[in-house]
Ligand binder design. Sequence first.
Ligand SMILES: [Mn+2]
Length: 298
Amino acid sequence: MDGKFFLDTLAQISQTKAPAIDDLQKIWIRVMEIFLDEPNVIQLNNFPCIIVSDTHGYFKDLLNIFKKFGMPPDTNYVFLGDYIDRGPESFFVLAYLFTLKALYPKNIYLIRGNHEDPIRNISFKEECARYYKNFADFDLIASIFRYIPLCVLLDSKIMCIHAGISPYNKTIENINCFDRLSLEDTYIQELWNDPNENDGYWEPNLSRKTGCKYSELPFLSFMERNKLSLMIRGHQTASEGYRIHFQGHLLTLCSTPSMKKVEKGAVFKYELKSECSIISFDVELNCLPIPFIVHPVE
Ligand SMILES: [Mn+2]
């Protein structure tokens, strides 16, 4: 199987044409092999790179991001999960990203969101049934979700994860050593938990009915214990595309300006050492770069 097959399939997907199931299977198997070689926590030193989150089935917004910031392998990317559900074209978002992963595994890194669950995603299942009629085809498509890694570490200082910290894993090594293939996603609280701006420690996450909320105190202890300066996560909407919490050490990103209740999307551009920026943009790709200084937790 050569690069031409993947490039042709990528062009087909970009026109929202679903590949034949045999072709899709080839891509999925290749990407499963790549994911199996990747640990839960991937150490990354490919810079500069663009961090993107919560694309949620908005395929046009995804293609716009590549149009604006460049395609792999010329631009490096980290995607923070929640590729599917909500938007109209989840299947194409996922298939496009997986085909890029098959082509350029060292230039695009994908981590898992709570929506990448083999059981829960109802709207994604309905969408796939329009292109692939057999139940077994959907099982193939969804079976890959548990293979997706959980975290990317940039330059050992910036942790990229879908939702945040969990009371069960105090160190990066804890996150790296459990068997992600055997766990249902509700047991991986790093995919679910939200920050809590109130004082305190941990609270149940009542609005999601699963996981918990973490306050500044346990968050900063985690960062200090693991010698981290910044955590970048998605999992929540932000009207301007981003939200800064906990003295500038936690950043929520939402990169999809077409999403409901959102005016802009934002990505994070990580350049060498501390020269970074949040780049917010609207559906017409008008961009506003906002310099962001990464500083150590004191
Ligand atoms: Mn989420």
